[in-house]
Design a protein. Structure first.
Length: 83
């Protein structure tokens, strides 16, 4: 049951005329913080720094093995065709 349907409530709600302003009642105040959009440059800088640190850690942490020479495959192809 709504407030207007309760027994003993003889006061009808007042409907404002069309086009007139409805008065607002201030019940309480609350502090609100308006946040601006995120700064994409800051995110890109942090991402670049984290990427560089991660690449440095992985490079130092996993050194190249001495027997995995990438120039070996090019030497074998050039020497196999000549006699």
């Amino acid at each position: 049951m709504s407030a207007t349907e309760q027994p003993g409530n003889d006061i009808a709600p007042v409907q404002p005329a069309p086009g007139t302003a409805v008065p607002e009642i201030l019940v309480g105040q609350a502090a609100a913080t308006v946040r601006r959009s995120p700064r994409y440059l800051n995110f890109m800088i942090v991402g670049a720094v984290l990427g560089a640190v991660t690449a440095l850690i992985l490079t130092v942490g996993f050194p190249r093995r001495p027997n995995s020479d990438s120039s070996r495959s090019s030497d074998s192809s050039s020497s196999s065709g000549s006699s």
